[in-house]
Design a protein around this ligand. Structure first.
Ligand SMILES: Nc1ncnc2c1ncn2[C@@H]1O[C@H](COP(=O)(O)OP(=O)(O)OP(=O)(O)O)[C@@H](O)[C@H]1O
Ligand SMILES: [Mg+2]
Length: 196
């Protein structure tokens, strides 16, 4: 991979429902074998994202945090046969993360969403898509800056589709920050309303 191959798409998302809508719209783009690393601090919205993503795969059962179970599995129909929802917060070593067997499970027709995915990056990062969730500073702390980046080629051919998803969600009223652009650009529609 070269630096030139890297790209990202970013949006500001104002509510959990909008984050779920974004995730639900991204889900049909996933291929069996994909790994998505969810990166963000406590309460950033990783599980919220996973709930929307599951909905986008047609999963109708409740999706709850896997913090204590480590991995939850949800069957789905379609090219992706199961969603693996993992949370590696409580794991201390890369060996423990590897022992979850997520790589093998996605190879069997699954897609994995991994909370605290930055910790899993050395084990699962090759080819993964990273979704970073960053709360805006007060008083906008319900706003999440959502940034998608990818590691290597498996996601390159889906760049346009991912950017369209971001464009559609931002058209609902959230603000595009742009793709492959700087971290955060001025929010012209809300200038003076919530700018620091
Ligand atoms: N724009 C937003 N997007 C997502 N969540 C939001 C947003 N605004 C507020 N929230 C709140 O932030 C919280 C996110 O909780 P969630 O469990 O999804 O986070 P998490 O990153 O999985 O946390 P943990 O690190 O404990 O696993 C929820 O209470 C949700 O209602
Ligand atoms: Mg969580």
């Amino acid at each position: 991979m070269t630096g030139a191959e890297r790209w990202k798409a970013t949006a500001r998302v104002r509510t959990p429902e909008r984050l779920q809508a974004l995730a639900a719209a991204l889900a049909p783009l996933a291929h069996p074998g994909d790994v998505i690393l969810l990166v963000g601090g406590l309460g950033a919205g990783k599980t919220t994202f996973a709930q929307g993503f599951a909905r986008g795969l047609g999963i109708t059962v409740p999706v709850t945090s896997p913090t204590f179970t480590l991995v939850r599995q949800y069957a789905c129909t379609g090219p992706v046969r199961q969603l693996l929802h993992a949370d590696v917060y409580r794991l201390e070593t890369l060996a423990e993360i590897a022992d979850l067997g997520l790589g093998e499970l996605v190879d069997d027709g699954g897609v994995a969403l991994v909370e605290w995915g930055d910790a899993a990056e050395p084990v699962l990062g090759a080819g993964a898509l990273t979704v970073s969730l960053t709360p805006a500073p007060p008083p906008d702390d319900d706003v999440r800056l959502v940034t998608v980046t990818h590691g290597t080629t498996p996601w390159s051919d889906r760049r346009g589709a991912i950017e369209r998803v971001f464009a559609e969600v931002t058209a609902l009223g959230d603000e595009p920050v742009g793709s492959a652009g700087p971290e955060l650009e001025p929010d012209a529609d809300h200038a003076g309303e919530d700018s620091p």
